[in-house]
Design a binder for this molecule. Structure first.
Ligand SMILES: [Zn+2]
Length: 496
């Protein structure tokens, strides 16, 4: 049963906001997953936190969902090309490990990262290497239907035979033959044509190789997502997600081959959702721009993984977000304040859905007694229904925590409800765990400045015998994890 406001989502297909109407009892979600050849950096994490928010939104509405996240352990060539070396094979050579070791190691680090970020596990994590026979069958069917041609470098999909090619990317009729690529492939009919099967070059023996009607080789990168999603979610399913970088090429090609394969005249997947890029100090994260921090780097610097999650949720998923030290510091400070405040409210009730939250509101003879709490729940529902507006939910949560008119019982429900969608783990986060930085030397200069300004204000308030204000400031400092001690020489401070 669906509750609350109509869920509206921004569909990349058509670039417009749409009511979300499930087509089945269980909503199928396919989220393009990691290529497991290196550590995932912080920018790589955004699509998974975004897809997690989508899942939480559906759960909130009482809509059952099943999510598949693929693990690309073969087929993804360097620079997303058709003829380059396989990323996994290259990493194996670089690290002097086997391809299996590389894939297993980086799959585990990916899973560790999303777990640390409180991303709900997918229902299935299929690995591309497990589906190669099905991929060969899929490509053979496309060949049978006349969508392909063979070149020495492999089997190619002829995009000129795909009537709506490039609709997702808004490629125009002229542009659709150009596609987004620059790679030269001898004999390719249209620039946008892509490899379904990448044949071994004469004299080169790939490490990961399968025999196929088009010779020994490996599948093209786009093929796995069509094959595994259909195998695990059925030929049509409701939602496909990914980073916005997939909107121009990878997803365009997934659609072309899938609709050719199905041939039923229906759109393969009706809703396509993409999250924007994470910028690093205002610059696009490109592979060439030097090392991009990983979650482990942030944690090592004393940030809690939930501070990064909160930073991500503080921006709308369709807006670019700029990762700077100041921004993460601010998120960490917000998380610390939230946790400090919520600790006093524990235990929080278990809430996953709007219906549960409404049922838990304090009542008086059947009527909701806490109007303020009811209004916050309504606002939280309105926010998530409006294309997953997490910044609004965060703002509502903070507002409710400052509201003198809400009952403690009602506030508990509101906090639990907000966190059912935000997934910050507020029911159990340890405020001391949130800030493991013990030494003031680790603080950012801006943080030290804030602390010292507050201490000066407190000293002034005490001079003026304004004890109320002095206590307020002390509480504020405590929320920042700062312990003030008054000595004869004046106040000193340390991190708790
Ligand atoms: Zn994909």
């Amino acid at each position: 049963m669906t509750t609350g406001q109509q869920l509206r989502l921004y569909n990349s297909l058509g670039r417009r906001m749409m009511d979300f109407t499930p087509s089945a009892d269980v909503v199928g979600i396919y989220s393009c997953g990691p290529t497991v050849y290196h550590f995932a950096h912080l920018g790589n994490m955004r699509p998974y936190v975004f897809a997690d928010t989508l899942r939480r939104a559906l759960r909130w509405k009482g809509i059952p969902a099943r999510q598949v996240v693929n693990i690309t352990d073969v087929g993804h060539a360097v620079a997303d090309s058709d003829t380059g070396e396989d990323k996994i094979e290259l990493a194996a050579a670089r690290e002097e490990r086997t391809v299996e070791e590389i894939a297993a190691f980086y799959t585990q680090t990916y899973l560790d990262d999303v777990t640390a970020l409180n991303v709900m596990p997918a229902d299935v994590y299929p690995r591309a290497t497990e589906y190669v026979p099905q991929m060969i069958e899929f490509a053979a069917r496309l060949e049978e239907l006349g969508y392909t041609y063979v070149l020495p470098s492999g089997l190619y999909f002829d995009t000129s035979k795909s009537p709506g090619y490039g609709t997702l990317a808004l490629l125009d009729v002229e542009g659709q033959r150009e596609g987004a690529r620059v790679e030269q492939v001898e004999g390719r009919r249209n620039k946008s044509d892509f490899a379904l099967w990448r044949a071994e070059e004469p004299g080169v023996r790939r490490v990961m190789r399968w025999n196929s009607p088009w010779g020994w080789g490996a599948p093209g990168w786009h093929l796995e997502c069509s094959v595994m999603s259909m195998a695990l979610l059925g030929p049509h399913f409701d939602i496909h997600t990914g980073g916005v970088d997939h909107r121009q090429l990878h997803h365009v090609n997934e659609i072309a081959q899938s609709e050719a394969y199905l041939g039923d005249g229906r759109p393969w997947v009706p809703y396509w959702l993409h999250c924007e890029f994470l910028l690093l100090n205002n610059a696009k994260i490109a592979k060439s721009s030097g090392p991009v921090p990983r979650l482990a780097d942030l944690v090592e610097s004393g940030y809690h993984p939930m501070a990064f999650r909160l930073f991500l949720l503080g921006g709308h998923y369709r807006s670019q977000l700029d990762l700077t030290t100041n921004a993460v510091d601010a998120a960490q400070a917000t998380l610390r304040r939230l946790t400090g405040r919520v600790e006093a409210l524990r235990p929080l009730p278990a809430v996953e859905t709007l219906e549960q939250a409404l049922a838990l509101l304090p009542r008086d003879q059947g009527a909701v007694a806490d109007k303020a709490a009811a209004a916050y729940l309504e606002e939280i529902d309105a926010a998530i229904s409006a294309d997953l507006a997490t910044p609004r939910i965060l703002a509502t949560l903070q507002e409710s925590l400052r509201d003198p008119d809400i009952s403690t019982e009602g506030l508990r429900v509101v906090v639990a409800a907000a966190d059912a969608l935000l997934g910050l783990g507020l029911a159990s986060l340890d405020a001391r765990e949130v800030d493991r930085r013990r030494s003031a030397a680790d603080l950012h200069p801006a943080e030290v400045e804030t602390i010292e300004r507050l201490i000066a204000e407190r000293t002034q308030a005490r001079k003026e015998r304004n004890w109320g204000r002095a206590d307020e400031i002390r509480a504020e400092l405590e929320e920042l994890g700062v312990q003030v001690t008054d000595t004869q020489a004046g106040p000193t401070w340390e991190l708790r």
